[in-house]
Design a protein around this ligand. Sequence first.
Ligand SMILES: [Ca+2]
Ligand SMILES: [Ca+2]
Length: 530
Amino acid sequence: MRKTSFPSTLLLMATVAAGAAPTFGQTGAPDLTTSSRTSVMSAPVETITDLGQAFPMEAAPVANAPVYSEAPAYSLQELAPEYEVYQPATAPAAAPKKDTPNPAAKAFNVLFYANDFSYLNDSYDGPRYLGDNWKNMPVGRNGRLSIGGETRYRYHSERGMGSQAGQLGFQDTENDFGLTRLRLFADYKVNDRIRLFAEGIYADVVHSNDEFIPRGIDRNYGDILNLFADVKISDNTTVRVGRQELLFGAQRLVSPLDWANTRRTFDGVRTISKYDDWNVDAFWTQPVQVVRNELDQGNSDVGFYGLYSTYKGMENANLDLYYLGLDFDQNFSVNTFGSRLYGNRGDWLYDCEGSIQTGTNSVTGADIEAYAMTAGIGRKLKNMSWNPQLWFYYDYASGDQPGTINRFEGFNQLFPLAHKYLGFIDAVARQNISAPNVQLVMNPTKKLKLLFWYHNFSAVQANQIIPGVAVPSAQQAGSEDFGNELDFIANLNINPRNSLLVGYSHLWRGDRIIGDTDADFFYLQVTRRF
Ligand SMILES: [Ca+2]
Ligand SMILES: [Ca+2]
């Protein structure tokens, strides 16, 4: 057993360091800027925000993309239903294909409002799938209507991952449950200038063990994910008004969080502008809070706004520059300035992102001074079988220094796809973390993708907590060693509309963890789109 003498013990839960305090509900970002702490037992495990997060990562809009398509610039290939393998858009078309690619393979996007079924026109005579008859249907004089959706089932087997009353991660818990979800959308392009888009969701949990407490973002008994109008106001610019999901860059800071059973969304307005070398988006929104048995509403106490731009003028590389503002009325105001450079040189790949944060915590009066960075370099191993792609990453996010009472140095991860990064067990959020990690992706066949990802986690500030995402933990001050995690995924694309995902993760707890066991996570997911 590890020593847990009180003064040297941090009793905390994930959202805590983060400030168990006010969260934005499941769809919001954990309040990572308050520095209050709560004891382990008082930690309401089920309120932990921001659990899920899918794998999707998809990048900035493509040059020359149709106005309605936010198709990934880097058509990062999909591993999980939305997992991508890095494929620079500007690189020469991959391997020469003997047969023409199936256009259906790219029709669905992580964001259903960016789906593109325009290939299903009168002259198309390629493969067809369930639901294709409802796509791109002529309506009125110039209108087109597409209707479709998705069913997803995921079975979880979790050990040492909490989600029971009074139990944190790395304690003796076992939960087996299933997550079910249905999404339906209708996309009506009225004419060249106007478009209406609606998407709904129903998400639920099935489980048999009574001790299990579903996470807040597992259930939503009928709600609206997207309901907006697009109006093209000039050749370059479209204005979008209404409820809308947001996805920027590699989703390290802003994501619809597809892994979650409910997905994250926002109410507000966004302008989407495309020029020769630049895409520039501006938005002002309120995060929508998931309430399982009521209609979800935007949180009027919170403002999330910003400017996200992508420069496409370089060969084989893109540069993102952004500003993101997050105001939480009585709690804090944080500004995030960042950039991301990603691309390739031959078989070498790179993906680097850095952001700094300023602002104030209105509860403590402290100034916010924080930063985070990711440096990734990858290589396509072309001469090996299964087309491996190997990546080395280093992720760093500042933690609060206890000695500086007037400054809060903990990074606020905003609204990320936290599940994808820093381990699929979801025990580590992007704050107070130093994490070298290695990723290997392989394609044994066209339809099968395998991913291995190994992480090492250390605290930047040994006396501060590393917040969890879905899995909070009790941690001991003084030790930096959080542990190591191995993630494995196999994804089979049965066809462009149906996929099967199997995953297993194990987290070897380090000296820092106060608990009885390592964490194990097995899951199986079946997705059908139509
Ligand atoms: Ca609801
Ligand atoms: Ca401080």
